[in-house]
Design a protein around this ligand. Structure first.
Ligand code: TMP
Length: 253
C-alpha cells in the first residue's frame, strides 16, 4: 500500500494511482470534519460504511443510465474509480429547507420546497466554499453554459433516484451534494457524477420520527455517527439486517 502513489488527499478520502490507466483507487478514511475542518474526530467504521454506501448509490445510478465514476469495490475501504477532472463546484440539491438555506433565508428546517432547488458552491476551502451564481461560474470559466445545463439535468436525475430509493426504506432525502467530473475523449468531454454519495454528503431524516441519519449527527452532536450510517446501510440491505451498531458498550462501575 505504501508503495502506491498518492495523488490527492482530502478531508475524508485519499486518491491513489490506480492499477490501470485512467483509474484511481479511492480510499475512505474514518476522519469526520465539519465547518471547514474546525470540528474534527475519527469515527471508527465510517470509512467502510461510506465505501459500501457510495458503491450502492453509484451502482444504482449506473443501472438507470446515470454516468458516474464508480468501477468496482476493491476492499472494505477502497474502490476503483475512473479518473476525472473535477469541476470545482459543489452541486447541492434541496427538497426541503435545512442547513445553510434555512439560516440564510430564515426558512424553518423541514419546510417542503415548491420544487427542487439546485445551488452551486465554489470548491475552495480557503474561502469556505462560497455560494456562487451561474453568472460567476460562466464568467470565471469553471464550466460553460452547456456544462451547467448538463450538470443540472444530472443532479435532478440523481435527486429523483436517491429520493425514490430512500423513500422506499422510510428515509426522507432533505438535500445532498454531489461533485461532477469531466472525462475527455480526444477533443470532446462528457460529464459524470464523481466523488461520493454517502450520508456525509446528504441530509437523511427518518420519515416517521424525523431522526437524523447523516453527518448532522456529528455536526450537531446528536449521537453516534457510525450508528446512524449503519442504520441507513442496514435499511438499504447493504449490511445484513442483524448488523450490530458499532458503539462500544459503556462500562458501568
Ligand atoms: P448546507 O445546508 O450546509 O449548505 O449543506 C447542503 C448539503 O450539502 C447537505 O446535504 C450537506 C452537504 N455538504 C457537503 O457535502 N459538504 C460540505 O462541505 C457542506 C457544507 C455541505
Amino acid at each position: 500500500m505504501s508503495r502506491r502513489k498518492k495523488v490527492y488527499e482530502g478531508k475524508a478520502k485519499i486518491l491513489y494511482e490506480g492499477p490501470e490507466p485512467g483509474t484511481y483507487v479511492q480510499y475512505f478514511k474514518d476522519d469526520a470534519t465539519a465547518f471547514n475542518a474546525e470540528k474534527k474526530d475519527v469515527i471508527e467504521g465510517k470509512g467502510a460504511l461510506n465505501n459500501r454506501l457510495s458503491e450502492f448509490f453509484m451502482t444504482g445510478l449506473s443501472n438507470i443510465g446515470v454516468p458516474n465514476h464508480f468501477l468496482r469495490r476493491l476492499n472494505m475501504r477502497e474502490q476503483l474509480i475512473r479518473q476525472v477532472e473535477i469541476i470545482p463546484l459543489e452541486v447541492i440539491v434541496r427538497n426541503f429547507a435545512a442547513g445553510s438555506l434555512s439560516k440564510r433565508l430564515g426558512i424553518e428546517e423541514g419546510t417542503a420546497l415548491p420544487r427542487p432547488i439546485v445551488e452551486f458552491s465554489y470548491k475552495d476551502d480557503s474561502l469556505g466554499d462560497p455560494l456562487v451564481a451561474e453568472e460567476h461560474i460562466i464568467a470565471f470559466g469553471w464550466a460553460s453554459q452547456q456544462d451547467l445545463d448538463d450538470i443540472i439535468a444530472l443532479a435532478l436525475r440523481v435527486n429523483d433516484f436517491l429520493s425514490g430509493t430512500l423513500y422506499g426504506v422510510g428515509i426522507k432525502l432533505v438535500d445532498f451534494k454531489i461533485e461532477i467530473g469531466r472525462i475527455w475523449d480526444n477533443d470532446f468531454h462528457r460529464l459524470i457524477v464523481a466523488d461520493e454519495i454517502s450520508p456525509d454528503s446528504c441530509r437523511l431524516w427518518d420519515m416517521k420520527t424525523g431522526q437524523k441519519l447523516d453527518k448532522d449527527v456529528f455536526r450537531r452532536d446528536l449521537g453516534n455517527l457510525a450508528d446512524a450510517y449503519t442504520e441507513v446501510a442496514r435499511r438499504l440491505g447493504v449490511l445484513p439486517a442483524n448488523a450490530q451498531p458499532v458503539t462500544k458498550p459503556t462500562l458501568i462501575n
